[in-house]
Design a protein around this ligand. Structure first.
Ligand code: NAD
Ligand code: IPM
Ligand code: MN
Length: 367
């Protein structure tokens, strides 16, 4: 049987830096656990624009559709701010999500014990935190029509449309209920049904789907109140399901509960493929971090944890995913910190590759 296939798209800024550490981890699993992957690498975002004049070529798009899983670093950067909207790096990522139909974006926020002191929130608020935000990823205001900047009278108007069909809400709700069933059986749905029709429909459909999951305790919250509750007492949540834009904002906020944006992985999942596994793209929640790019300062953990999610969701290797997560936990417990995990403490941080090396050593110790 051939090896499972992985397409790696490092992207821009710190993307290639953190992905280099993921490649070492992938090699480790090949060498030490006999888990071999057929890995190919390609361009996305600004790097693809530089080479081909487009943030994602049709060839790369076709490859992404064929492989068992895609791993993406990050896209974007100030260099590309001047580009026309249609070829901006971010459009490459959005095209991947849309054409692969990756409607359920799982963004876990887990606070490792060793970092509980480091969060900007009090230790007892975040210690032991383990929640997942399920963000709808292929619709809503990111993709709704009409959109654009038009002339109206003597001024311009910027237009975006929040639009959700019942079936789009239904399928992401199902993903969230299924996840809740495998976890703490609690689901909180967030929208703004008080001011948006799409929110009213969202609440109705989620409630309807919930009737098929009587074991799951379903609650609803307005997304603004949800943001407040995430900061006040995040441990009240287990799984949160929300739309594309609210999910983008809430997951960045949730990142700070874990200590750093450099810690948050994600899995973007679509419908099952012929082999029964979901179509999938794994990517850290963070961006290309232009402020630290090229300096060896980036935290590779979010990207490495994204590979752990790939092991679990695309390759049915939950045990190996746990091994990797445990290795990261051990490294943090030993005090290894990239600069983002040190704040103003003035201690000497480890570099991106030193963090990678420490994780490989912890993996060796797990054998
Ligand atoms: P960002 O996530 O790149 O950075 C926000 C802050 O977090 C910065 O101070 C950065 O240094 C820090 N940070 C992020 N990841 C880190 C890591 N792994 N280690 C240490 N520190 C880290 O967000 P931004 O600055 O708003 O956006 C920069 C560019 O990235 C923009 O072009 C944006 O569109 C793009 N972006 C891409 C993605 C993606 O590819 N998935 C996600 C978010 C933003
Ligand atoms: C994210 C990012 C993306 C988004 C951008 C880069 C398109 O912020 O993955 O959270 O807004 O979805
Ligand atoms: Mn975001």
């Amino acid at each position: 049987m051939s090896n499972p296939s992985l397409l790696i798209l490092p992207g821009d800024g710190i993307g290639p830096e953190v992905m280099a550490e993921v490649r070492r981890v992938i090699d480790w699993f090949g060498d030490k656990r006999g888990l071999k992957f057929d890995v190919s690498e390609d361009l996305v975002g600004g790097s693809a624009y530089d080479a081909h004049g487009t943030p994602l070529t049709d060839e790369t798009m076709a490859k992404a559709q064929e492989v068992d899983a895609v791993l993406l670093g990050a896209v974007g950067g100030p260099k590309y701010d001047v580009l026309d909207f249609s070829v901006k790096p971010e459009r490459g990522l959005l095209r991947l999500r849309k054409e692969m139909d990756l409607y359920a974006n799982l963004r876990p926020a887990q606070c490792f014990d060793a970092l509980a002191d480091f969060s900007s929130l009090k230790k007892d608020v975040v210690a032991g935190l383990d929640i997942v935000i399920v963000r709808e990823l292929t619709s809503g205001i990111y993709f709704g029509e009409p959109r654009g900047i038009i002339e109206e009278g003597n001024e311009r108007v910027g237009i975006n449309t929040q639009r959700y069909t019942e079936s789009e809400i239904d399928r992401v709700a199902r993903s969230a209920f299924e996840l809740a069933m495998r976890r703490g059986k609690k689901l909180c749905s967030m929208e703004k049904a008080n001011v948006m029709e799409s929110g009213i429909l969202w609440r109705e459909v989620v409630t309807e789907v919930g009737k098929e999951y009587p074991e799951v305790e379903l609650s609803h919250m307005y997304a603004d109140a949800g943001a407040m509750q995430l900061c006040r007492w995040p441990k009240q949540f287990d799984v949160i399901v929300t739309d594309n834009l609210f999910g983008d904002l809430l997951s960045d906020a949730a990142a700070m509960l874990t200590g750093s944006l450099g810690m948050l992985p994600s899995a973007s999942l679509g419908a099952p493929m012929a082999n029964g596994r979901p179509k999938a793209l794994y990517e850290p929640v963070h961006g290309s971090a232009p402020d630290i790019a090229g300096q060896g300062k980036a935290n590779p953990i979010a990207c490495i944890l994204s590979f752990a999610m790939a092991l679990r969701y695309s390759f049915d290797k939950g045990d190996e995913a746990t091994r990797l997560e445990q290795a990261i936990e051990n490294v943090l417990a030993k005090g290894y910190r990239t600069a983002d995990l040190l704040g103003e403490e003035g201690k000497q941080p480890v570099s991106t590759s030193e963090m990678g090396t420490a994780i490989l050593e912890a993996l060796d110790e797990s054998l």
